[in-house]
Design a protein around this ligand. Structure first.
Ligand SMILES: [Zn+2]
Ligand SMILES: [Zn+2]
Length: 313
């Protein structure tokens, strides 16, 4: 892990990538809306507070089927104030996590460290015994997110180029940045950096990532594939790959001359283009024979406001 690593252009780290999520888990929906684009970067991924090592959001799996929200809260209350959540909890109006897993949102990071210390360890897996009305002392899996696993620098010898960076959607949540880097490097070579996108509030993976390559060939090979099979441990998942689209680039054709100096709204991911375009230049270039079928990639807007009743108990 190399510190002091600087992106060549503007850092492609900002919230708003939810729109690319395609894994349907939407676990990030519980995050209160944050408008500030403050994001962790490879330089500051560690923490806001000294000693902070984990996300305050912890995955719990294999819960007894008849355990309800209150009983889950009670089981973990001794580690500190927490909120229990699961995907689509608000809409479902259920008291039971539907698939036997839930997320614990602790108020303090220290609670996560205390929870980990109390766990039984089996290899790299952590378990804690939890009881429901009918099942006593069932070991449930505890999966904390280590903040250091959000970024991995594979080759720090050159500045990262946002235009050689891909966006990876539907990344399985336990996947660490180092693993994403290894998989992509094995497939395409030339990986210099991989990052797992995390939400700014809880710093928990959102289910997407970025990989920066050192050379154009690897970048083009990756985006041409469109889909990649991520295989790691129990994970075997086909994920989507696209160019990382920035929202602060000038049109590569006119440098802003034909669009009053505004940032280019479109990116063409076709390998014959691979450029940013203003509306005018997009139309001109793509009226040429062979380019009529190119489709623009658009950087989606910033985080949509999400209102969440956030209450510690
Ligand atoms: Zn233009
Ligand atoms: Zn094009």
């Amino acid at each position: 892990m190399c510190t002091g690593y600087v992106w060549g252009g503007r850092s492609p780290f900002f919230p708003g990538d939810d729109s690319f999520l395609d894994d349907g888990h939407c676990a990030d929906q519980i995050v209160p809306s944050l408008n500030s684009p403050s994001r962790s970067s490879p330089k500051s991924n560690s923490s806001d507070y000294p000693g902070e090592r984990y996300s305050r959001k912890v995955f719990v799996g294999g819960l007894p089927p008849d355990i309800d929200e209150e009983e889950i809260t009670a089981s973990f209350r001794r580690f500190g104030s927490l909120v229990v959540d699961w995907p689509h909890k608000a809409e479902s109006k259920s008291y039971f996590p539907p698939k036997g897993y839930a997320f614990l949102l602790f108020q303090d990071e220290r609670s996560v460290q205390e929870l980990i210390d109390a766990c039984l360890k089996d290899g790299d897996k952590l378990y804690l015994c939890v009881s429901s009305p009918t099942i006593k002392d069932k070991p449930v899996q505890i999966r904390p997110w280590n903040l250091a696993d959000s970024d991995y620098v594979m080759d720090g010898s050159q500045p990262l180029d946002p235009r050689k960076t891909i966006f990876v959607g539907g990344v399985p949540r336990p996947l660490r940045a180092v693993e994403l880097a290894m998989i992509m490097d094995r497939l395409y070579g030339g990986v210099c950096y991989a990052g797992i996108d995390t939400d700014p509030e809880l710093k928990y993976p959102k289910g997407a990532g970025r990989v920066a390559f050192s050379n154009q060939q690897s970048y083009i090979a990756a985006i041409s594939a469109r889909f990649v099979q991520l295989q790691h441990g129990d994970i075997d998942k086909r994920v989507e790959v696209k160019p990382y689209v920035l929202d602060d680039q000038m049109c590569d054709e006119c440098q802003g001359a034909r669009c009053a100096g505004k940032f280019a709204p479109f990116f063409c991911a076709n390998v014959t283009c691979l450029q940013y375009y203003c509306e005018h230049c997009w139309a001109t270039i793509h009226s040429r024979a062979g380019r009529e079928f190119h489709k623009p990639l658009v950087k989606e807007g910033a985080d949509r406001p999400r209102t969440v009743p956030f209450r510690w108990c």
